[in-house]
Write a protein that binds this ligand. Structure first.
Ligand SMILES: [Ca+2]
Ligand SMILES: [Ca+2]
Ligand SMILES: [Ca+2]
Ligand SMILES: [Ca+2]
Length: 120
């Protein structure tokens, strides 16, 4: 907070000013606003939720982080499908590399995904 008293030599009204500057969200504590992390490519945001992906908490199979495993996630799985790896998976695609993770999204992962599918 920065404050400045009004010019009030007689100190009649004892007025002042206060300014509050809220620091923008910085979930990864790198002293760069998260929106700047994403815009400047310091951080990826593969699920386009405005939160750097390293701060997102992903559930296996839930690529968009909305709490379900549905056909939207299935569409994402299809774009992530690699066949037998290992390959360098993006953060969003790594949610489809089910246990035991082996750095690919292949038919084994595909089968596990369908066991988790619970949404429309
Ligand atoms: Ca940040
Ligand atoms: Ca994100
Ligand atoms: Ca989902
Ligand atoms: Ca895999």
């Amino acid at each position: 907070m920065i404050g400045a008293r009004l010019h009030d030599p007689a100190e009649i009204n004892n007025a002042g000013a206060a300014y509050f500057h809220a620091f923008p969200a910085d979930c990864n504590d790198n002293s760069i606003a998260d929106t700047c992390d994403i815009l400047g490519s310091t951080s990826d945001d593969c699920n386009v939720n405005g939160v750097p992906d390293e701060c997102d908490v992903f559930v296996p199979g839930d690529s968009d982080g909305d709490g379900d495993v549905d056909l939207i996630d299935f569409a994402a799985l299809q774009t992530c499908f690699t066949g037998k790896g290992p390959v360098d998976l993006s953060f969003c695609c790594s949610v489809f590399d089910f246990e035991p993770p082996d750095d690919d999204v292949d038919l084994d992962d595909y089968a596990t995904f369908f066991a988790l599918l619970d949404g429309p």
